[in-house]
Design a binder for this molecule. Sequence first.
Ligand SMILES: [Zn+2]
Length: 144
Amino acid sequence: MNPTCPLCQPTTHETLWQDDFCRVVLLNDADYPAYCRVELLAHVKEMTDLPPPQRARMMKTVFAVEVALREVIHPDKINLASLGNKTPHVHWHVIPRFEHDKHFPNSHWGEVLRGGSPAQLDINDKKILIEKMGAHIECALKSK
Ligand SMILES: [Zn+2]
């Protein structure tokens, strides 16, 4: 726990899934409605500060989130990113991308190339996403 670290605080975002190790939050980004972040609960700076089984656990969760997003949102591409330069607390960005989105093919932090009018995540899709995400994560965590 680091008192100045925003990821050590209770999240201000909607939590789609959580266990005692990490949480998956929906960032509610206006340009990227299904943009999720997988946040480790412990204040750890680098993936390699985690013992290997915990690294694997983190990545299983990230990949399960990716699979659920692909099934429900059908993006043209998924972007995975782990930077943490401003917030050095392990977290993974999982961003469904579309060829017509504001920045494609640039990073979503890159130069804006067009106006974006992303389809919003409707309540039914969100419900299905939460169900699938939970099922995929559970299944991934059981696998060796
Ligand atoms: Zn932290």
